[in-house]
Design a protein around this ligand. Structure first.
Ligand code: PLP
Ligand code: NAG
Length: 420
């Protein structure tokens, strides 16, 4: 080609040739005039501000995790990737404290794991009992109803947790095959005690499903010892990894129910039997299911490695200490904590009443604008009533507690509404 061009050029032909090529190009292009032009904002550089994320998630990833996300891609079926997925599996088994073979990360956020848990367990008409003491029970109710389950709710005031007696009553009254409860209720800031719950559920032939998206790594959850049948979490809370890969695990009891379904789960993407083959959780050969979010898995691998290095007990202790330190500081500012019982306070997402005369939105906006810190308002039943201050993973430090307390004190001085 280039030899030909050179020869033509030497012969003085090049201008004629190029001209005719480009005219032809122009004609074909103009016959398909573009309807949408390149959007001007996309022609500007990407803009991402530096913020300290102390809301209910995401939290700031440490440099180690950020750089893992920026590594070069490899193929999703390359042996190195399979190795990384195996390491993720081991990391989740450690974080969950389980030996379940059916343990993996779904390619999606916490909601994806939540949906995967429910849709693999539930078939049309199955009875499900959902503990509702905040936003997440309502969300699972919605998901289970969409899947055709017969859903009953056990309801408790936001800010409170369920006792074993209350749960037992519900199990007797509704005889569900599946019971859902939230371990770290991040809309209200409550931690649900889990001891004895698995045993109780099994006594009534019921499987126990627990949401630990906001609590994993921040406060103890021991899947096997507590008899939890299905446990899921997320990546962007205590693990301080970007959202998009969510740990999930099924006990052998739960796994049996899945493998004996009468109907296939409604989603191919989240079908655990298929995912188990992709993740090498059974004796079948590995099989392509979908292209894993490879770099997101790199990040999750590093997050789980960091947790393993630090140790679960240290991580729980650190979150507890920093939460206590924050709660003390909030009370010193004259603020009232939303969860009355100190032991029931979730160390990862702390809830505090918005004092009278203030608009929550003004406070959060003031803190964002003047201090570069994200804190959040309430969610669901707690909306308009509380501020939620997250102390999760990498940024759960005394230094950051001091920062957010100073910011809040400043906001309280500047945002007071004139009372009419
Ligand atoms: C954040 C959260 C979720 C949802 O996770 P996403 O990653 O936002 O989809 C579910 N449950 C609890 C308790 C949470 O805190
Ligand atoms: C997160 O916390 C650490 C430790 O206090 C700090 O070094 C880091 O700058 C914080 N990240 C952000 C985004 O503020």
């Amino acid at each position: 080609m280039s030899t030909l061009l050179l020869a033509l050029q030497a012969a003085g032909w090049s201008r004629v040739l190029l001209c005719s090529v480009s005219t032809q190009c122009y004609r074909t292009m103009s016959s398909q005039k573009l309807l949408v032009s390149p959007p001007p904002p996309l022609l500007q550089p990407l803009s991402v501000p530096d913020r300290l994320l102390l809301g209910p998630g995401p939290s700031n990833p440490p440099p180690r995790i950020l750089s893992a996300g920026g590594r070069q891609l490899i193929g999703h079926m390359h042996k190195e990737m399979i190795q990384i997925m195996d390491e993720i599996k081991l990391g989740i088994q450690y974080a969950f404290q389980t030996k379940n073979p059916l343990t993996l990360a779904v390619s999606g956020t916490g909601h994806c794991a939540m949906e995967a848990a429910v849709l693999n367990m539930v078939e049309q008409g199955d009875k499900v009992l959902v503990a509702v003491n905040g936003f997440w029970g309502e969300r699972v109710t919605d998901i289970a109803k969409r899947l055709g389950a017969e859903v009953h709710q056990l309801v408790k005031n936001p800010g409170e947790y369920f006792t074993l007696e209350e749960i037992e009553k519900g199990l007797i009254q509704y005889a569900p095959f599946l019971f859902f409860i939230t371990h770290g209720e991040s809309s209200t800031g409550v931690v649900q005690p889990l001891d004895g719950l698995g045993e109780l559920c099994h006594r009534y032939n019921c499987l126990l499903l627990v949401d630990a998206v906001a609590s994993l790594g921040g406060t103890p959850v021991l899947m096997d010892q507590q008899g939890i049948d299905i446990l899921y979490s997320g990546s962007q809370k205590v693990l301080s990894a970007p959202p998009g890969a969510s740990p999930i695990s099924f006990s052998n009891r739960a796994r049996k129910k899945i493998y004996n379904r009468k109907t296939k789960p409604s989603s191919f993407y989240l079908d655990m039997e298929e995912l188990a083959k992709y993740w090498g959780c059974d004796d079948n050969p590995r099989k392509y299911h979908h292209t894993a979010p490879i770099n997101t898995f790199f990040c999750l691998r590093e997050a789980l490695a960091a947790l393993a290095e630090k140790g679960l007990e240290n991580s729980w202790k650190l979150h507890k200490e920093n939460s206590l330190y924050l709660c003390e500081g909030l009370q010193k500012l004259g603020l009232k904590l939303f969860v009355k019982e100190p032991d029931a306070r979730l160390p990862t997402v702390n809830t505090v009443f918005i004092p009278e005369g203030y608009d929550w939105k003004e406070i959060t906006e003031y803190i964002m604008k003047n201090h570069g810190i994200e804190v959040s308002g309430g969610l669901g039943a707690s909306a308009g009533k509380v501020l939620r201050i997250g102390l999760m993973g990498y940024n759960s430090t005394k230094f950051n507690v001091d920062r957010v307390l100073r910011a809040l004190e400043d906001a309280l001085q500047h945002c007071l509404k004139n009372k009419l």
